[in-house]
Design a protein around this ligand. Structure first.
Ligand code: XIL
Length: 373
């Protein structure tokens, strides 16, 4: 008797709730176009992934990532302070998870980054002798690049080695190892990771002086008989001031050197910049957000349009040079994740990506998709 009652209750519950469940599923699955499908014959479409996304903590985020992207760059977890926290300790836990996530979802991983002056572990910043630094340098590159050889598509071998005027940045590496350190980094990476593409990555290298510096770096690496496969233009720009002419010239100049061109950290800020510049130096901060956070409750339509137009102009240019560009990576899945909520001023509300804080596609997303029509 009891048994019958229970099964009756189950049937009633199922029949009663089924239409609602199906309705919710349909709403949930409202198909939007896929970036990776739309541009599958042109370029890989990537995103930066943070720890919670790599660990698949958020179902909505995960669904969007696997639907939209076929490339990913770890936002932080392959940086030296996390992957090499003390002199003789490497921690591959999260990076191995990222590699597995990529394998499972057909997402190509770009390792970011082997040699960078920022986000270094404390022990490196305390090194005082060039010999010790050289030992860290070789050990770091060799251990990490060999661990992931054949498992990641590529590495940003050296990140941000240039000043705005095109000279070499006075980083700990330049100061202690001398200017040959960049070629040496690529030489070590080539040896440790023969099946992995090797890139130089930087911001503002579309600008003439810094671009000349990047060209010199690429030429020097090649002249030394060492492999470099590509150059990454980060692409942290302002939506209303995208340097389209310089970007186009850079695509031409870099590809003329025989390397792949990529846009590796694309985001378009809509907030006022304290220096009226595109500086992406993570150490540059500018006070608090008081009076400098104009859109805390949502982006006005007029700005939404500027953002969409910025992305549209860029993608039209990328498509024009599709034979020279191999990947476009957005620096963040959605607006809530973006580092630009805290850079260069902490605690603001920025809107630099194609998806809003609820992971809904913005007008900029549809403008990008429409460039293919
Ligand atoms: C940023 C991350 O997005 C932040 O989460 C972190 O706090 C600082 O670094 N250029 C780069 C990226 O090459 O690694 C930086 O990422 C953004 C600028």
């Amino acid at each position: 008797m009891i048994k019958i009652f229970i099964s009756f209750a189950t049937i009633t519950t199922t029949c009663f709730f089924a239409p609602i469940q199906i309705q919710a599923q349909i709403q949930d699955q409202q198909p939007i176009p896929s970036l990776k499908e739309t541009f599958k014959n042109e370029f890989l479409i990537g995103t930066a992934l943070n720890t919670s996304q790599i660990l698949e903590k958020d179902v909505t985020a995960n669904k969007l990532i696997t639907q939209q992207f076929n490339a990913a760059t770890p936002e932080n977890i392959m940086k030296a302070e996390i992957i090499h926290p003390t002199w003789n300790q490497f921690d591959f836990t999260l990076a191995d998870k990222l590699v597995e996530y990529g394998r499972k979802n057909n997402i190509k991983i770009n390792g970011h980054t082997l040699i960078w002056h920022s986000q270094l572990p404390r022990f490196v910043r305390q090194i005082k002798s060039p010999d010790s630094l050289a030992q860290f340098f070789a050990d770091h590159i060799t251990t990490i690049a060999s661990h992931y050889d054949g498992k990641v598509l590529s590495w940003d071998v050296v990140n941000e080695a240039l000043e705005e005027n095109g000279s070499l940045r006075k980083s700990i590496f330049l100061q202690q190892l001398g200017e040959g350190y960049i070629v040496e980094a690529f030489r070590l990476a080539q040896k440790a990771a023969p099946h992995t593409e090797l890139y130089y990555n930087d911001y503002n290298i579309e600008q003439p002086k810094k671009r000349a510096g990047a060209i010199e770096i690429i030429k020097k690496i090649k002249a030394a008989g060492v492999r470099i496969d590509g150059v990454g233009i980060q692409g942290h720009w302002r939506a209303s001031k995208i340097p389209l002419a310089e970007i186009e010239q850079s695509i031409l100049d870099f590809s003329a050197l025989g390397v792949k061109v990529m846009f590796t950290e694309l985001d378009l800020s809509v907030l006022p910049n304290p220096w009226d510049s595109d500086n992406a130096d993570v150490s540059a901060t500018a006070g608090n957000s008081k009076g400098k956070d104009p859109y805390p409750n949502g982006l006005p339509d007029s700005m939404q349009t500027i953002l969409a137009k910025g992305y549209e102009d860029l993608f039209r240019l990328f498509l024009k040079h599709k034979d020279k560009i191999s990947r476009i990576t957005f620096w963040g899945v959605n607006d809530g994740q973006s580092w630009l909520n805290n850079f260069p001023i902490r605690g603001r509300t920025n809107y630099p990506t194609l998806f809003d804080r609820t992971y809904t596609a913005k007008p900029a997303f549809y403008a990008v998709i429409a460039t293919k029509k």
